[in-house]
Design a protein around this ligand. Structure first.
Ligand SMILES: [Zn+2]
Ligand SMILES: [Zn+2]
Length: 743
């Protein structure tokens, strides 16, 4: 290790407790994925139990770490005389044993460094220091005498934002200096924010609902599970609109009564807003939110509330799963079938699966709620590992929407258009009736491909194997994989012909254009991650829908779940065949789930809903299942096909992705991995082959796929196999255990 003994440099004034005197050895896992566990000195007078959060010296730097059981974090012991003293012991409850075991399990299962998982638990570095106030800034409304374009831009974009100088600078796209200048000029003012204010306490009996018999029974089971306080995994399975949220809210209420914390995981932060409203109505206050959109002060406040136990109900994105809850009593994974619970970068974990493991280690109940449970989850219920609670009907007697197929081969849209005449007629009828409609197309932008009419040149991203997608609203071409953008050129870069570029295929913006041409008077809005990028934007959209200010919504998968609009009675699926073209093992299941979810937006109030599904293949099993309402038949056939091919959940997969900026290096390394694949019974290795996304963010990519029997410890095999190999520094080898993406 590259640091000198007894080097006290770096012991900062911030250090709360400087340790000296006679000391004992303590093992620490540092927040640095490149390092193994290290030993430090701790004083004999101070008991440092495992889980204690500390600040340790590392060379000239200071680095946060957590004390660990030496037998669980083996390392080469350094000599007693060379041990360096810890710089600080934070005055915080230690990470408890169940969380430490979860961190180890996640690292082991997903082949990730322990430190990388640990980092997710200590997700707010600034929260480690004790209670204090923080200075944030906000606009005063005053316009300074000297108004540079930069200053004007900052004031124009700041709105009622509040945050650190850095946060405001980022949000308004100016330098920190511009914000500081505005503070001096009096246009922005400083305010002191206390960060350790107690959170409001949810009131379990604030507005307890009247449940229907099936709901009452399911709720009773969950409440008893919270009372018992043992590991108990549940699948809460009910059609859209059947009142799953009300049911698990009763379990949340019971945890609140017992003074326990509840974690509710949602697949997207855009869903937080409707959830907050429902929660507030039931419990009389907001839960504590945890997602990437929080300001640093909010993040710090939430983290401290979580670690002290003051925050009782936490709603968050998947990253909330690893936080150090003091007294966790219940976990709910809502929309549990969503694939966005799978993290695709860094530690490639699946939050649904890790949530079940956390519940097991904490010995508490976990509820997976879904209207369209994943085959993996259904199978666990089938074999009796998860207990299934079913809600068969829609709440309040609302009928399930009527789904029918529009055969595009028989009823094609006019040339250059995308909506079939029968769907257009339904839209017209809905407009006349004053009811709302939703058109679903899972494609952002105006057109997925732009080409030159004269020479056929196609616009491809320079960094990725992907087309540049036209976004007409902001007048640019964008790559959806790396974020590369360019203005649409006037002339073709290949043949230099002017005005020769044509858009191919539809995105949501193009559908909105078609609506504008068909129904100029209709009020249309586009809902994608480009237009709804924050909970506040989502709230604004919900408000306009509820106020009846929108007639037609054109949206991506972002509108398929969570929302409840009673006056929305027509859903049109623009291209039901789109999801099937990917061809991976879950393509049909995913299409089914997505269309069922979007169909579930229709007719949630007193008025019945109808759903039109445009397709070129009305006889495809997915479409037939949707139209006939035979979900069970569809799932049975899909499950059988998986069982026969020994695909998950009946077999196991792991992807190995080799990437490098250097094509030869990537190819060579992938070949080396393929050549050295161990011969193991019940395991086969496919590839290497260029990935479908052969280039991503400037890196060339090769893939291998490991297929193994369920009984095989495939991680152990891979760890040993790759552990023996060396590859050039510029090559990255990522292992994706239980992959959901095959690109
Ligand atoms: Zn051209
Ligand atoms: Zn790109």
């Amino acid at each position: 290790m590259a640091f000198a003994p007894d080097n006290h440099r770096g012991a900062s004034a911030a250090a709360k407790l400087i340790l000296d005197g006679r000391m004992t050895r303590v093992r620490v896992i540092l927040l640095n994925a490149a390092l193994g566990p290290l030993d430090y000195r701790a004083p004999p007078g101070v008991t440092l139990e495992p889980g204690t959060i500390v600040l340790a010296p590392l060379g000239p730097r200071q680095i946060t770490g957590v004390v660990w059981e030496p037998e669980r974090a083996p390392t080469d012991e350094i000599d007693e005389k060379r041990l360096r003293p810890l710089l600080q012991i934070y005055d915080l409850p230690p990470l408890n044993a169940p969380l430490r075991r979860l961190i180890e399990w996640t690292a082991d299962y997903y082949l990730a460094p322990v430190a990388a998982v640990l980092r997710m638990a200590l997700a707010s570095a600034s929260a480690l220091d004790g209670s204090r106030t923080i200075t944030e800034y906000r606009a005063t409304g005053l316009v300074p005498e000297r108004l540079t374009p930069q200053r004007a831009q900052a004031l124009d974009r700041i709105g009622n934002r509040q945050g650190l100088v850095r946060e405001l600078a980022l949000a308004t796209d100016v330098s920190d200096g511009v914000i500081r200048g505005l503070v001096k000029a009096g246009a922005i003012e400083a305010i002191e924010v206390t960060i350790d204010d107690p959170f409001p306490r949810p009131d379990a009996d604030h507005a307890a609902p009247v449940l229907e018999p099936a709901q009452r029974e399911a709720a009773g089971t969950l409440v008893r599970a919270v009372q018992t306080g043992e590991f108990a995994p549940f699948l809460l399975d009910g059609v859209t609109g059947s009142g799953k949220t009300e049911v698990y809210f009763e379990a949340v209420a019971e945890a609140v009564r017992k003074g326990l914390q509840t974690l509710v995981l949602l697949p997207e932060i855009a869903l937080t807003e409707p959830f907050l409203k429902r929660f507030g109505a039931r419990f009389g206050c907001d839960p504590v939110a945890w997602h990437s959109g929080l300001r640093q002060s909010q993040r710090r406040h939430a983290w401290r509330g979580i670690v002290t136990g003051d925050a009782r109900v936490i709603v968050g994105a998947r990253s909330a799963l690893f936080l150090p809850y003091r007294r966790l009593g219940l976990i709910v994974v809502d929309e549990a079938h969503e694939i966005s619970f799978k993290q695709e970068e860094g530690v490639q974990y699946h939050a649904r699966d890790v949530a079940v493991m956390r519940a097991k280690l904490e010995a508490i109940p976990v509820v997976l709620a879904s209207a369209t449970p994943a085959i993996e989850t259904r199978q666990m219920a089938e074999i009796g590992v998860y207990r299934e609670l079913r809600l068969p009907d829609r709440f309040g007697g609302a009928a399930l929407p009527d789904i029918s197929a529009v055969d595009l081969t028989q009823d094609p849209p006019p040339r250059g258009r995308w909506l079939a005449p029968s769907l257009v007629r339904e839209l017209e009828a809905n407009l006349e009736a004053g009811e709302q409609s939703l058109l679903f197309l899972n494609r952002r932008g105006y057109a997925p491909l732009t080409l030159c009419r004269a020479c056929g040149h196609r616009f491809q991203c320079p960094n990725c194997t992907a087309w540049m997608v036209e976004h007409r609203l902001v007048n640019r071409l964008a790559c959806h994989h790396c974020g590369h953008v360019m203005p649409p050129p006037r002339a073709c870069p290949e043949c230099h012909e002017e005005d020769s570029l044509v858009a191919c295929g539809p995105g949501v913006e193009r559908i909105a254009d078609e609506i504008a041409a068909l129904f100029p008077e209709a009020r249309t809005t586009i809902v994608t991650s480009d237009t709804i990028w924050s909970p506040a934007k989502a709230a604004e959209f919900v408000g306009r829908m509820e106020a009846g200010e929108i007639d037609i919504v054109v949206g991506t998968q972002l509108v398929t779940k969570g929302y409840h609009f009673p006056n929305l009675t027509l859903v049109g699926v623009v291209d039901a065949d789109l999801g099937l073209s990917g061809g991976d093992l879950r393509a049909a299941e995913r299409s089914f789930q997505q269309i069922m979810q979007v169909a579930g937006r229709a007719g949630r109030g007193e008025k019945p809903g109808r759903v039109l599904v445009q397709t070129h293949e009305p006889m495809a099993p997915v479409i037939r299942a949707l139209v006939s309402g035979d979900a069970e038949g569809f799932y049975a056939a899909e499950t059988e096909a998986r069982r026969e091919a020994a695909m998950p959940p009946f077999g196991r997969l792991a992807g190995i992705i080799v990437s490098s900026e250097d094509l030869a290096e990537a190819t060579e390394t992938a070949r080396l991995i393929g050549r050295t694949a161990p011969r193991v019974e019940n395991m086969a290795v496919f590839g290497p082959a260029p990935a479908p996304l052969a280039m991503l963010r400037g890196r060339h990519r090769q893939r291998l796929l490991v297929h193994a029997a369920r009984s095989l410890d495939v991680q152990e095999v891979i760890r040993e196999w790759l552990g023996k190999l060396d590859w050039p520094r510029g090559v990255r080898v990522a292992v994706d255990v239980d992959p959901y993406s095959f690109l």
